[in-house]
Design a protein around this ligand. Structure first.
Ligand code: G1P
Length: 294
């Protein structure tokens, strides 16, 4: 079984839900506490053993590339001031030279198209796909949990989470078949179904391990929901010849692609930080009390 070495991060989206914040700053660079959203996904991938990070970017996203490079002036200033901890943290988050690749999705033709844009870089090997808007909180990380199923069964693996049954039309939804270790074989996948058409309330939470044959199916450029090239449609075709497994994420995802999810992530991660949690809890409690909810 081939090791999963590469991870793809689609980061071309315009982030219109966060205007004016995202006029000049990519939405992936908005911070949850003090770390850009994109860095959570990169750290999760690294912790799962990923060696090569492939970013599918777009115009006005250059700062993401800068973020994963050395900032010479900043490093020398930190060094001169003896700020060793900050310096070490910066170095730890840097990809090793030659292990980050950036390519552009020139037109917003859908998630499936963004993934297809990475086909040459991914090559003929299975890969991980992480949608950075979904910030994961869990230990071990979401992709690491999926690797357990992949290592045992191979094939394609999706991470799943339960949603309010009324929200199934927001996501890709799956049907579960026979158990496979901590996961299940999938019997069905459907993109943004109506409540009546949904086989369950388990949604694909933005983490995938996919076999390279997905690229040939995406190359057909068939349009699906919203007239976009949908990844889920290509996965449904791939499932005719390959196994798909789903594993419920032991943790929680925060949808940082919308305002409330993004704010919720900030509160949840801040409450988990030993350096600020106590003070932050007092501030939030006081605010809630002022709002009549405390
Ligand atoms: C995409 C996928 C969907 C998945 C979701 C997770 O949808 O198409 O299957 O459940 O991400 O965030 P999007 O959020 O791009 O509409």
């Amino acid at each position: 079984m081939k090791k999963i070495r590469k991870a793809v991060f689609p980061v071309a989206g315009l982030g219109t839900r966060f205007l004016p914040a995202t006029k000049a700053v990519p939405k992936e660079m908005l911070t949850v506490v003090d770390k850009p959203v994109i860095e959570y996904a990169v750290e999760e991938a690294r912790a799962a053993g990923i060696e090569h990070f492939v970013f599918v970017t777009g115009r006005n996203k250059g700062v993401i590339e800068d973020h994963f490079d050395i900032q010479v002036e900043l490093q020398s200033t930190l060094k001169a001031r003896g700020k060793t901890a900050e310096l070490e943290a910066l170095s730890a988050s840097l990809p090793v030279a030659g292990t980050a690749t950036f390519t552009r999705q020139q037109e917003p033709l859908g998630l499936g198209h963004a993934v297809w844009c990475a086909r040459d870089i991914v090559g003929d090997e299975p890969f991980a796909l992480l949608l950075p808007d979904m910030v994961m909180k869990g230990e071990p990380g979401c992709l690491a949990q999926m690797m357990e199923i992949y290592d045992a069964y191979g094939g394609n693996v999706l991470s799943l989470e339960a949603c309010d049954p009324e929200h199934v039309s927001r996501y890709g939804i799956v049907g579960l078949g026979e158990p496979a270790g901590k996961g299940h074989r999938l019997t069905e996948m459907i993109e943004k179904p109506s409540v009546d058409a949904a086989p369950s309330n388990l949604f694909i939470n933005g983490r995938y391990i996919l076999q390279p044959e997905i690229m040939g199916l995406l190359a057909r450029h068939e349009r699906g929901a919203g007239n976009e090239i949908q990844l889920t449609d290509a996965m449904i075709k791939l499932a005719e010849s390959q196994a798909f497994y789903g594993v419920k994420f032991n943790g929680k995802s925060f949808d940082c692609g919308n305002k409330v999810g993004f704010l919720e992530a900030n509160v949840a991660f801040a409450l988990d930080r030993s350096d600020i949690a106590a003070e932050f809890r007092d501030v939030v409690t006081a605010l809630l009390a002022e709002n009549g909810a405390g």
